[in-house]
Design a protein around this ligand. Sequence first.
Ligand SMILES: C=CC1=C(C)c2cc3[nH]c(cc4nc(cc5[nH]c(cc1n2)c(C)c5CCC(=O)O)C(CCC(=O)O)=C4C)c(C)c3C=C
Ligand code: FES
Ligand SMILES: [Fe+2]
Length: 353
Amino acid sequence: MLNMGGPSTVPETHDFLKNLFSDSDLIPLPFQSFLAPIIARRRTPQIEQQYTDIGGGSPILRYTNLQGERMAALLDELSPATAPHKHYVSFRYARPLTDETARQMKADGVKRAVAFTQYPQYSCSTTGSSLNELYRRGKAGEIGDVEWSVIDRWGTHPGFVEAVAQNIERALAKFPESTRSEVVLLFSAHSLPMSVVNRGDPYVLEVSASVASVMERLGHRNPYRLVWQSQVGPSAWMGMQTGEALKGLARLGRKQVVLVPIAFTSDHIETLYELDLEYAKEAREHGMEVHRAESLNDSPVFIRALADIAAAHLKDVAAGRAGYASTQMGLRCPGCTNATCGQQKGWFARGGR
Ligand SMILES: C=CC1=C(C)c2cc3[nH]c(cc4nc(cc5[nH]c(cc1n2)c(C)c5CCC(=O)O)C(CCC(=O)O)=C4C)c(C)c3C=C
Ligand code: FES
Ligand SMILES: [Fe+2]
């Protein structure tokens, strides 16, 4: 289960940020190994405060383990031919990091594994970075003799769409029935720098496809927009920004809003801090009524979807109906200049050999 991870406790924040700013697949910096620790240290106090404000750390490891355990149990029923199943967590910036998981898998003698991204939509800055790291460890022999396949995206899977839709319906139910159909659904995803969008990264398109699927499932009973949050630094990022959108809606007199996190499956500072504590509070000051759809977290509908996605994948690969990775994963961004992307894709297409 691949994801970025988050500091489980506040004192882990610095290492998390240092790993994040050291990742040239996410943030290419000149003199990266020199600059990353400096930027991380400068940013640590502010981010530590945010993790303190949301209860002392990121819940992502707890939720990922819970999702993984329940998914594996369901998989034993859905796919007895490949049982028993076991989940491992591999985070890009927080423990358990890929090298730690690699050692564990090697010690356990794992022979067959699925690299299952936990980002619903594909970006080279997120899933791509995790796969590049896994490829480097695998190629160096750190994981042992494993046959790999990849689940690289699932942003329009009906089970995922259903789980998001149900959480939106629960948030909508908090509004009075008389005005409920006027509530604006504001889907919010982590933004991307325009430099990444403009090299042909698929994320913006895939997040849009998720939103379209969820709206279809909801029967288009409410107006909606997709907006983008959490940009960092001075460069141009994909917009419109979530905070600006809320202000604009207030100005237009559209004062009832459901905020929907659509690109991350468990709670993190971006939902709990940015959406709940910053934006929703500010919006209420503008006289708005804002409710947030819950993150998927331990949603049984979502966990069932994870198991369905994995079961279908295992069946397809075993039957030779699909390669080790999707056809979409085989295509590099037309503007990609990162040689590792090409090597990684070739390696996974051969089952990690
Ligand atoms: C799936 C969504 C995400 C994409 C796409 C993404 C791209 C991206 N992010 C940065 C820079 C930073 N991201 C930071 C934190 C962070 N990012 C995501 C998700 C996506 N990022 C999450 C869920 C989190 C937070 C973890 C949490 O617990 O909340 C940070 C660190 C925090 C900070 O310093 O503000 C940075 C920096 C870039 C440059 C990028 C695309 C290239
Ligand atoms: S940046 Fe997208 S494939 Fe390399
Ligand atoms: Fe980010």
